[in-house]
Design a protein around this ligand. Structure first.
Ligand SMILES: [Zn+2]
Length: 248
């Protein structure tokens, strides 16, 4: 039986109507025995905690998504700091910059940096979200030495091989998700072929990018095909990589 870790799954997404935990038996059947749920909105953090308390294999990465950066204030900052003391909290996420949303990038950057500061203070890795802002996110990560100091995952990776290699050099893992399964995907398969095995982790980003937990197995199979490796090997290395980063 293979053992996989989904490093990015929104079990608490409003689209799932509170039924996210019902996906766990299927995940278990597919060999997905640990899952990390990233934060999106401040109002979702309490529900995430309740979800993790009800289950053994669900871990949390609370944080504020850049699309909701306007929810950030002193109360949110202290709430996030307190959350990091919970045993099931293994990272801060998903945080970063998003050039496609209405909130101005300078405002997003203040919130991104504030959350990076908390992660650095408490020594937790980060789950990064970067959309139409790759260069700006890279600059901040470099400036603060985030890769070497706490590490993290660049979630939903779809940038160039060059960016992937820069990230790996900086000490980050590459979150490989359902984009890899797209008929017209080019850059991601090329990157997956050449990156070191130690850099790859798996994610579904359900429900945005996948409908069923099983998609994670499809992604792992595709990685195996692209790298001429066995599914077992991909499962073992991606699980080890995630475990290196998170205390699961
Ligand atoms: Zn996400």
């Amino acid at each position: 039986m293979i053992s996989l870790i989904d490093t990015h799954i929104h079990l608490d997404a409003p689209e799932l109507g509170g039924q996210g935990l019902k996906l766990l038996p299927e995940a278990q059947r597919c060999g997905i025995d640990r899952l990390v749920v990233p934060g999106v909105r401040v109002s979702g953090w309490a529900g995430m905690l309740a979800l993790a308390e009800k289950t053994e294999n669900v871990y949390l990465a609370p944080g504020l998504h850049p699309a909701y950066a306007d929810q950030w204030n002193a109360a949110a900052a202290s709430q996030l700091r307190e959350l990091t003391q919970q045993p099931k909290v293994v990272a801060i996420g998903e945080i970063g910059l998003d050039g496609t949303v209405a909130i101005p990038l300078p405002q997003q950057e203040i919130v991104f940096r504030a959350q990076l500061d908390i992660a650095l203070d408490v020594g937790l890795p980060v789950l990064l979200h970067a959309r139409d802002a790759t260069g700006a996110v890279l600059t901040i990560l470099r400036e603060l030495g985030i890769g070497q100091r706490i590490g993290g995952i660049w979630h939903g990776f779809s940038a160039s091989i060059q960016v992937a290699q820069d990230l790996v050099e900086l000490g980050f893992k590459i979150g490989v998700g359902p984009i890899l399964l797209r008929e017209n995907a080019r850059k991601l398969p090329d990157a997956v072929k050449v990156l070191p095995a130690s850099a790859l982790v798996l994610e579904t980003d359900l429900p945005d990018m996948a409908e069923t937990p099983e998609t994670l197995v499809r992604v792992a199979e595709k990685i195996a095909e692209l790298r001429s490796a066995s599914l077992d090997e991909v499962a073992r290395t991606t699980t080890e990589n995630a475990q290196q980063l998170f205390e699961l």
